[in-house]
Write a protein that binds this ligand. Structure first.
Ligand code: MN
Length: 281
């Protein structure tokens, strides 16, 4: 299908979780005039701990470079996992332009702020070590869950201890984290007089109206496999390239991905610190 623009974020190339095959399927199905990569495309944080680079991930990079070479406008807006690229604001690498943020005008004239969004996540902004900790924990949990599922299948029973059950207790906090994030992004968009935002970062795809503005999140290619496309007439659509077969457990894990630091509020010294940072929104 020919579309005007494709928006992708949080591909996390270089990690075990990256679903490069699904992304290749998606890229085969959608041709566009412009391609926006909105952060966390290559996961340098994870790669510090060990690189997981597959042939499919290689092909993703090749396909993107090829699109740029063939005249498609490709822009990279770095995220926190590829933040080293932020130093190159305005620099073109071959045919790919790097920008910290960008204003995209749709075919029907609406103005959208494009940015990764970690600027609005109080945890990654002020507590980098804490975010990395959460990141390690999440990767561990994803791997643990896979082994656990295999084990359960082998035993032909659901098992005594459920990771999903454990996750459930954390979901409430995750949900409020998502709302805080969306609120602050929308607030910034309103102050700048724009019509909406297209961001990523929290691995939670969305396309909805919030108080007259359009909040769009590209989701990710680790868990949900989602993308945003702009059709030729300017209509924006959220594409779900893949629905997980075992939805409940996976859905919980998606939400865990955004829990900043599940246990740190039990550390009394951190409470005033975390509280003060949140009021800076
Ligand atoms: Mn991010």
């Amino acid at each position: 299908m020919q579309v005007r623009s494709i928006f992708l974020s949080d591909i996390h190339l270089g990690t075990r979780g990256c679903q490069a095959d699904r992304l290749l399927d998606f890229l085969r199905d959608y041709e566009s005039e412009q391609l926006y990569l909105i952060g966390d495309i290559i996961d340098f944080w994870s790669m510090n701990r060990g690189i997981h680079w597959t042939a499919a991930q290689n092909t993703v990079v090749q396909k993107i470079l090829r699109r740029a070479r063939h005249g498609q406008k490709v822009m990279l807006i770095p995220g926190n996992h590829d933040e080293a690229m932020r130093e190159y604001d305005g620099v073109s690498f071959g045919d790919i332009l790097v920008r910290r943020e960008h204003i995209h005008v749709t075919a029907d004239g609406r103005r959208f702020l494009l940015l990764h969004g970690d600027e609005f996540d109080q945890v990654t902004r002020y507590h980098r070590w804490l975010a990395i900790l959460g990141d390690v924990g999440y990767n561990l949990l994803v791997r643990l869950n896979a082994s656990l599922s295999r084990l359960r299948r082998a035993l032909r029973r659901p098992g005594y201890w459920s990771l999903a059950g454990y996750a459930k207790s954390r979901v409430k906090r995750a949900v409020s984290f998502i709302f805080d994030f969306e609120d602050s992004v929308i607030h910034a968009v309103r102050e700048r007089g724009l019509d909406g935002v297209i961001c990523g970062h929290i691995h939670n795809a969305a396309l909805r109206q919030v108080d007259g503005l359009t909040y769009i999140n590209c989701g990710d290619w680790v868990d949900s496999c989602t993308a945003i496309v702009e059709h030729l007439d300017g209509t924006l659509e959220l594409i779900r390239a893949w629905q997980p077969a075992i939805a409940p457990a996976n859905a919980r894990l998606t939400e865990i991905a955004v829990v900043p630091a599940p246990t740190l509020d039990h550390i009394p010294e951190l409470n005033p610190l975390l509280g003060r940072q949140t009021t800076q929104l």
